[in-house]
Design a protein around this ligand. Structure first.
Ligand SMILES: Cc1cc2nc3c(=O)[nH]c(=O)nc-3n(C[C@H](O)[C@H](O)[C@H](O)COP(=O)(O)OP(=O)(O)OC[C@H]3O[C@@H](n4cnc5c(N)ncnc54)[C@H](O)[C@@H]3O)c2cc1C
Ligand SMILES: *[C@@H]1O[C@H](CO)[C@@H](O)[C@H](O)[C@H]1NC(C)=O
Ligand SMILES: *[C@@H]1O[C@H](CO)[C@@H](O)[C@H](O)[C@H]1NC(C)=O
Ligand SMILES: *[C@@H]1O[C@H](CO)[C@@H](O)[C@H](O)[C@H]1NC(C)=O
Ligand SMILES: *[C@@H]1O[C@H](CO)[C@@H](O)[C@H](O)[C@H]1NC(C)=O
Ligand SMILES: *[C@@H]1O[C@H](CO)[C@@H](O)[C@H](O)[C@H]1NC(C)=O
Ligand SMILES: *[C@@H]1O[C@H](CO)[C@@H](O)[C@H](O)[C@H]1NC(C)=O
Ligand SMILES: *[C@@H]1O[C@H](CO)[C@@H](O)[C@H](O)[C@H]1NC(C)=O
Ligand SMILES: *[C@@H]1O[C@H](CO)[C@@H](O)[C@H](O)[C@H]1NC(C)=O
Ligand SMILES: *[C@@H]1O[C@H](CO)[C@@H](O)[C@H](O)[C@H]1NC(C)=O
Ligand SMILES: *[C@@H]1O[C@H](CO)[C@@H](O)[C@H](O)[C@H]1NC(C)=O
Length: 694
């Protein structure tokens, strides 16, 4: 029983720390000094190419001021740093709280390392947990986040799944209404974001050797071909995967033959952020930074935590405050912070759980939170930290007679140490709408959801005093319950083969109705952020999780004898009450986070509780933008990294086109700026001519 429990708990694609302790005792691939040879790309070589140290500086080398200071060297922070410094006249400083990651590069670079030598739960993880969740038996839910250059892309599970056209176009529509700006809203619709998601990537189709094991349907035209992120497939796949789309179809989920091009519904093998030339993880650091030639205008400082920013006491003509400096420090033992001045803009890219914290400690946020924390409020912005949502997930686990990746890993064979095997990453997914989730009986559920929205309920659900935040909740709630209900996925299924002897298929709800917040409770920015997603506070989320597990069982049944006995929750757990109890109570296999927190600095009109506008600028501040997963206005039925790269790529273009100058006190278009400097030259010339008396 103990062993079964252990095996079963290994299945979540990213694992709790107790599970990791087990995993890390397994033998690890031996380092080997052979250089990587492009002529022999599938050879069992280690990840030995030095990670370039260019651009990474020490604290004493930092300059007193930069045009742009970026808080967070994660997904979005490094994309921006890379793109903004394409202009040699622009200077950029990236401040990353975590260490560089040079000491763990083999762990990070190996795709299978995501399971067998993960940095989750290490010094490279923020190790966040939620406050006890009353609707989950008061469990604290683990929320790992990368604390390393590359951020969470250095530890994530590498699935590439884009949101759908319907969701993106709804984002555009939300931005255009309620006092928003319809002329800029279209930036965030599908057509434009898709262009930017593609700009980030170079896609390589699966090798023929792979296709002989799993007949993957691929449409390369739906991907980018010239971007920094490498998107491909692992060198090996496990036979069980070959039957995934057929098993999904057997359960009524049709195959999706064109994934990642605007529709997500269906079963498919999705590509991963993997570099096929050397079978390594492709993530923001190698893709956007290490591959650059040295750039003297880019400074990247690791082990530097941004604590707060300082603003001028006077407002500009539009009533916005101007940020003039940012404070950072190595750790809490430092007696004073280092202050760096901003020539142009400060960009928050610290991720959905940390960006709101920096805003709040700088005096920007909800009035009640700042008051009870004792922070003096500079700008009241009730949406900061609100709208926190996540995808919750739970697996069904079967014993299997067939070989899994976990079996190969545990064998200790030469193959288990090869680069090919260590490129293994889970990639079988399916997305199902409400019709499938409720097996045709979805209408009653939908009517109940729509009927349960009233002001009393909203006051109870939304942890905010603000009528704007509540208006946003209502509006988005109705969209999820109607437009998204059947057109977009409500649940994702994910197959995991990483544990020995078992196959797990997780169900993850994609559009929760529960909503929570992150907040602070002190004046000391070194204190932790308080994370309260209020998981399952809306009754519908548990119902969807339960129906998701039932759908997983239908897929399992369609798989047939390839899957053996159900181990978890177990064949006698059939009633709704029994499944609910498993979801609520079981700490390792019950409902847990899929690690997709978002929404805490939502890009929405202010009247809907938004924190940033369609320029990504924080309302009330002249020169602060948020560029990271905090800006997503609602959860997408997707994994979030592809959308994150798209957002960051577009942000770079927006900033290049028009940005604020602290010295001139106004925002200037790039073209206008160069004209301005030309006229300055003319002016100087003019003066010279005057002085010379000509
Ligand atoms: C375990 C796990 C598995 C995941 N699996 C997938 C997957 O398979 N596919 C997918 O698409 N997505 C996945 N995700 C989600 C995806 O990785 C994130 O959505 C994405 O990385 C978010 O990007 P970001 O720029 O918002 O934040 P991050 O990439 O997390 O970057 C934020 C950076 O800011 C730094 N920082 C924070 N606070 C401060 C501060 N005060 N000062 C300085 N620096 C600071 C952090 O250390 C970090 O480096 C996963 C996430 C996790 C944690
Ligand atoms: C993998 O190859 C790419 C070039 O395609 C290179 O930039 C990267 O550094 C390599 N990664 C490792 C760890 O060797
Ligand atoms: C996360 O937890 C692990 C295990 O307790 C610890 O070693 C590590 O230092 C923690 N990470 C941080 C950033 O504190
Ligand atoms: C692979 O899939 C394609 C498209 O679905 C199909 O036409 C083809 O017959 C399949 N090949 C094999 C070997 O099953
Ligand atoms: C997996 O597929 C390969 C190639 O078709 C075959 O040789 C092998 O026996 C299969 N293994 C299992 C466990 O089915
Ligand atoms: C599994 O897939 C393989 C390869 O496509 C096929 O030969 C086999 O019949 C399938 N097995 C089942 C049980 O569907
Ligand atoms: C359909 O759903 C309703 C409400 O959730 C439930 O009462 C009913 O039993 C369901 N019917 C079937 C056939 O599942
Ligand atoms: C509001 O909806 C809830 C169910 O969500 C219901 O119990 C309550 O009676 C409703 N209140 C009003 C005033 O309609
Ligand atoms: C719901 O999903 C099924 C299966 O993917 C699909 O056939 C159906 O068209 C979907 N419904 C809508 C409204 O898109
Ligand atoms: C906030 O701080 C106060 C005072 O230190 C403490 O009593 C309270 O429990 C804290 N609340 C949370 C949610 O941490
Ligand atoms: C600056 O560029 C934006 C578009 O990026 C445009 O809408 C605006 O009119 C321009 N302003 C000036 C002063 O040229």
């Amino acid at each position: 029983m103990v062993k079964l429990k252990l095996d079963a708990s290994l299945v979540l694609f990213a694992l709790s720390s107790s599970v990791l302790a087990v995993v890390q005792r397994s033998p690890q691939p031996q380092p080997n000094a052979q250089p990587y040879s492009p002529l022999n790309p599938r050879a069992a070589t280690p990840y030995d190419e030095p990670i370039y140290r260019r651009d990474y500086i020490s604290t004493s080398e930092a300059k007193p001021s930069y045009d742009y200071v970026i808080a967070g060297g994660g997904l979005a922070g490094l994309v921006l740093a890379s793109r903004l410094t394409e202009d040699p006249k622009v200077s950029v400083l990236v401040l990353e709280a975590g260490m560089s990651g040079d000491d763990v590069k083999d762990q990070v670079n190996s795709p299978a390392g995501a399971y067998y030598q993960s940095i989750v739960g290490s010094a490279y993880d923020w190790n966040f947990t939620t406050v006890p969740q009353p609707n989950l038996a008061n469990r604290r839910i683990s929320q790992p986040r990368g604390r390393i250059l590359g951020g969470s892309t250095a530890m994530n599970a590498m699935y590439l799944v884009r949101p759908s056209k319907t969701e993106m176009d709804t984002w555009q529509e939300l931005l255009a209404g309620d006092g928003g700006d319809s002329s800029t809203a279209s930036r965030w619709g599908w057509d434009n974001l898709y262009k930017y998601m593609k700009k980030a990537e170079t896609f390589t189709p699966p090798a023929d050797s792979l296709k002989s094991v799993v007949n993957i349907t691929v449409d390369a035209s739906l991907h980018g071909s010239n971007g920094p992120m490498q998107i491909s497939y692992p060198a090996i796949m496990i036979n069980i995967t070959a039957n995934w789309t057929a098993a999904c179809a057997g359960a009524g989920i049709p195959e999706q033959k064109s994934p990642n091009g605007g529709t997500t519904l269906g079963g498919f093998i999705t590509p991963s952020s993997i570099n096929p030339s050397n079978e390594t993880r492709s993530y923001s650091r190698p893709a956007y930074i290490d591959s650059l030639p040295p750039r003297s205008n880019l400074h990247i400082l690791s082990e530097s935590t941004v604590l707060k920013f300082n603003m001028q006491s006077k407002q500009d003509k539009s009533g916005n405050y101007i940020i003039e400096s940012v404070e950072y420090a190595k750790d809490s033992s430092q007696t004073s912070n280092t202050v760096v001045k901003i020539n142009k803009e400060f960009i928050l890219a610290a991720g959905a759980l940390s960006t709101p914290k920096i805003l709040m400690y700088s005096g920007v946020g909800p009035k009640d939170t700042l008051e009870s924390a004792g922070i003096s409020m500079k700008v009241e912005l009730p949406g900061v930290g609100q709208r926190l949502q996540d995808h919750m997930t739970s697996p069904i686990v079967w014993q299997t007679p067939l070989q899994t990746a976990g079996d190969i890993h545990n064998s200790g064979s030469d193959f288990s140490k090869s680069k090919e095997f260590n490129s293994f990453i889970n990639d079988a997914v399916a997305f199902a709408n409400a019709s499938l989730l409720f097996d045709g009986n979805q209408t009653t559920f939908q009517q109940e959801i729509v009927a349960s929205l009233n002001d009393t309920m909203v006051d109870k659900m939304v942890p905010s005093y603000s009528s704007e935040v509540k208006a946003g909740y209502k509006k988005i709630y109705n969209l999820i319950a109607t437009r998204f209900f059947d057109n977009v996925a409500q649940v994702e299924l994910l197959m995991s083969l990483i544990s020995p002897g078992v196959v797990a298929v997780q169900a993850a709800i994609q559009h929760p109705y529960s909503i929570g917040r992150v907040y602070v409770n002190s004046t000391n920015p070194w204190d932790g952020i308080i994370i309260d997603p209020q998981f399952h506070s809306h009754w519908a989320d548990l119902v969807m999780m339960r129906q998701g597990l039932k759908l997983v069982r239908r897929v399992g049944a369609a798989y047939g004898t390839v899957l053996g006995t159900e181990l978890n929750p177990g064949p006698n757990m059939q009633s709704d009450d029994a499944i609910d109890a498993y979801l609520v109570n079981d700490p390792s296999n019950g409902a847990n986070s899929q690690f997709h927190p978002a929404g805490t600095a939502a890009m929405l009109p202010k009247a809907l509780g938004g924190v940033v506008d369609a320029d990504m600028k924080v309302y009330g501040l002249a020169n602060v933008r948020v560029v990271d997963g905090s800006v997503f206005p609602f959860e997408f039925a997707a994994h979030l990294a592809s959308a994150g790269y798209g957002v960051a790529e577009q942000a770079a273009d927006l900033i290049k086109a028009k940005s604020y100058s602290v010295t001139s006190g106004k925002a200037t278009n790039a073209s206008v700026a160069s004209t301005a400097s030309l006229s300055l030259v003319a002016l100087v010339l003019g003066c010279l001519l005057t002085i010379l008396g000509l």
